[in-house]
Design a protein around this ligand. Structure first.
Ligand code: SAH
Ligand code: SF4
Ligand code: F3S
Length: 450
């Protein structure tokens, strides 16, 4: 997002290219970083070749994600040879976890900044411009969000992310997030509401509330009456005129409060889609994962959510090949999937992460883990198709987000988060319209305006 109110006393703008990996929170953070560097004279550009500064906003969740960063950095060597003034920075979760190592392994890097220090980017950039290497992976006491206020009043796409909670205290045995994002912190409701109103003024009609543990949200309430739950916050957002759709991600099964479950049945702007990772279906493995829920408690929870909102579409995350997972354990995961019936899901082969408890344990044979992943994905694909096929002939509401690949086609998202495309649709970006589904494809639906 570029600043439209350029200060004419400053020299020609410098160009910033940000490449974002990982989760939605990184997408949100990349926007904040671009805004934070606006006053230092930067405007965002679309390619590394044009840039005076390249920032990689990285993800550490699996080994592959982290390794990508080093290969990507290697590719910038030629650019830096051509343009010695080019500054290269690494942000995000790899920066937090391996900041010193990045500096050591890759002399090209001028700047390393962890997720809790983005408000300090202008100082770090100035230091790097001055010729010194800058590293900041602190967990500073000051409120980063207060210093990262969305500044420019530029128009926005109709769907936006809004971080309400960050960090995690759950310490699942496989996961780096508690180390890279730090302890769980909730933003005050008032600031979130102000940011939401600002987004709406700029054309946003759908907001996805973000947090690594978003349903553990417990920020200072906007009514002076103590902390608010996520449900309370959603009800307050429901009253924001011009905001039409509310979503949130990612939830932990143990934090699905009664008020949040009820909101799914009662709050008209809350969309009927819930991402509720379970990770595995074997209680033995769940215990070793330190998940603190069982397969049974998860299934009961799903029943309560469906009782509140029968048409809700559920999605999940699964890890296969966690240390000591047997074929029997894996079968229990397949059984759970059969019982729950997901509309979509993300599944991963377990990746040992340095510093996490599970990394010390004996691993499952990689070929066996690959085979399990394929079987699990085949089951999920079948369920996804069944859900999609059952929608043909029915109606959904679609918010249109962009033109499609074909002339006249428009693409948007259904209330259930399916990509839906409509040929010859006489609609504008941001319009929300009823659509009859006529065809179910591999990863999207085709429909016609009602
Ligand atoms: N906060 C979210 C998810 C964080 S990471 C939650 O609690 O659900 C997103 C997903 O990556 C996780 O749900 C998990 O399925 C997967 N994941 C995390 N660590 C992993 C690892 N070491 N190996 C493989 N997958 C992992
Ligand atoms: Fe990671 Fe578990 Fe926290 Fe999710 S709940 S971020 S998987 S530690
Ligand atoms: Fe990756 Fe960090 Fe998000 S590890 S998934 S970018 S919180």
């Amino acid at each position: 997002m570029s600043d439209t109110t350029q200060d004419t006393t400053k020299p020609a703008p410098k160009k910033l290219f940000i490449k974002t990996y990982g989760c939605q929170m990184n997408v949100y953070d990349s926007e904040r970083m671009a805004e934070a560097l606006g006053p230092s004279g930067y405007v965002e550009v679309g390619s590394p070749e044009e840039a005076d500064m390249i920032l990689l906003n990285t993800c550490h969740i699996r080994e592959k994600a982290a390794e990508k960063v080093y290969s990507e950095l290697g590719r910038f060597r030629g650019l830096k040879d051509e343009k010695p003034d080019l500054k290269i920075g690494v942000a995000g979760c790899v920066a937090q976890a391996e900041g010193e190592e990045i500096m050591r392994r890759q002399p090209l890097v001028d700047l390393v900044v962890g997720p809790q220090s983005y408000h300090r980017l202008p100082e770090l950039e100035a230091k790097a411009r001055g010729g010194a290497r800058a590293l900041d992976t602190d967990f500073p006491p000051e409120d980063k969000f207060e210093h990262l206020k969305a500044r420019p009043k530029a128009r926005r796409a109709p769907a936006a992310f809004l971080t309400v909670q960050e960090g995690c205290d759950k310490f699942c045995a496989f996961c780096v997030v508690p180390y890279t994002r730090g302890a769980e912190v909730s933003r005050p409701a008032e600031r979130i509401l102000a940011e939401a109103r600002d987004l709406v003024e700029r054309g946003v009609r759908e907001i996805t509330l973000l947090g690594q543990n978003v349903n553990a949200y417990h920020g200072a309430g906007a009514d002076g009456g103590g902390d608010w739950s996520l449900a309370r916050l959603i009800w307050a957002l429901n009253d924001v005129d011009g905001l039409e759709r509310i979503r949130f991600t990612t939830s932990h099964p143990n934090d699905m409060g009664d008020d949040l479950i009820a909101a799914h049945g009662e709050c008209e702007k809350l969309m009927p889609y819930l991402h509720l990772p379970v990770q595995a279906g074997s209680d033995r493995i769940l215990k070793r994962m330190n998940r603190s829920h069982t397969a049974e408690s998860y299934i009961r929870l799903v029943e309560r959510i469906r009782a509140a909102r029968p048409d809700i579409l559920l999605s999940g995350d699964f890890i296969v090949g966690f240390p000591e997972e047997t074929e029997e354990d894996f079968q229990a995961t397949l059984d759970l999937i059969e019982e729950v019936k997901y509309g979509s899901a993300f599944s991963f082969k377990y990746s040992p992460r340095p510093g996490t408890p599970a990394a010390e344990r004996p691993t499952v044979d990689p070929a066996e883990a690959d085979d399990r992943l394929q079987r699990l994905q085949a089951l999920i694909t079948r369920q996804q198709r069944e859900v999609q096929d059952s929608m043909v002939g029915g109606e959904v509401s679609v918010m249109f987000e962009k033109p499609g690949r074909r002339e006249g086609q428009m693409v948007g998202k259904s209330d259930y988060l399916h990509a839906v495309h409509v040929a010859e649709a006489d609609v504008a970006v941001g319009d929300i319209r009823r659509v009859r589904i006529v065809e179910s494809g591999a990863n999207s639906l085709a429909g016609a305006l009602v």
